[in-house]
Ligand binder design. Structure first.
Ligand SMILES: Cc1cc2nc3c(=O)[nH]c(=O)nc-3n(C[C@H](O)[C@H](O)[C@H](O)COP(=O)(O)O)c2cc1C
Length: 169
């Protein structure tokens, strides 16, 4: 497990025209729903986008997605507002997002978390293209695909000495 955590990197360049099977997406979602959630609320829902025409439309309409136009697909992590989510629900969704990315890394599949900050209405565009109702809030979008570069999972060094204290701040 530690190997996978150290191996995961944000992958932004993908082999074009690479199909990832639906079963693989489902395997990734299975890992997502194994995340912890406050009060075991499991307030998540997921949309896997693997249709090349829809990916093209998203890339054309949303600049943040355009960078990932060669990805095989995307997984959207949604907050299901009908589940009466608790105030900590976004933390649950972050945990699910990370689980998905780690599971993908274990399968040598590249991922990148695409931040969705709705300053210019892009979330609404994504919701419209994907026909997502207002019962759902878009939390994260994960690009998924086979890395183009051999060193996509390159190691990074992040020293922790100055970040951590024991017992008291
Ligand atoms: C909430 C969040 C939003 C992010 N948004 C983007 C994004 O929009 N585009 C992008 O290329 N990377 C995005 N990233 C990936 C970060 O840039 C990346 O995790 C960081 O540079 C560290 O690199 P690493 O993931 O390879 O360790 C995001 C990561 C997080 C956690």
């Amino acid at each position: 497990m530690l190997d996978i955590i150290y191996k995961r990197r944000s992958v932004r360049e993908y082999q074009p025209n690479c199909v990832i099977a639906k079963e693989v997406y489902l395997e990734l979602i299975k890992a997502g729903v194994m995340a912890p959630s406050a009060r075991n609320g499991q307030p998540w829902s997921f949309i896997c986008v693997d249709d090349s025409e829809i990916i093209k439309e998203l890339a054309e309409k949303v600049p943040m997605v355009n960078r990932f136009r060669d990805a095989s697909g995307f997984i959207l992590v949604l907050l299901d507002l009908t589940k009466n989510p608790c105030p900590l629900a976004h933390q649950d969704l972050a945990a699910a997002t990370q689980n998905i990315m780690l599971a993908a890394t274990a399968m040598n599949i590249g991922t990148c978390w695409i931040g969705l900050k709705d300053t210019v209405g892009r979330i609404e565009v994504i919701k419209e293209v994907l026909n997502i109702s207002d019962d759902y809030e878009l939390f994260s979008m994960i690009a998924v695909g086979m890395p183009k570069n051999d060193d996509a999972f390159h190691q990074v060094d992040r020293p922790i000495d100055e970040l951590v204290k024991f017992n008291r701040g």
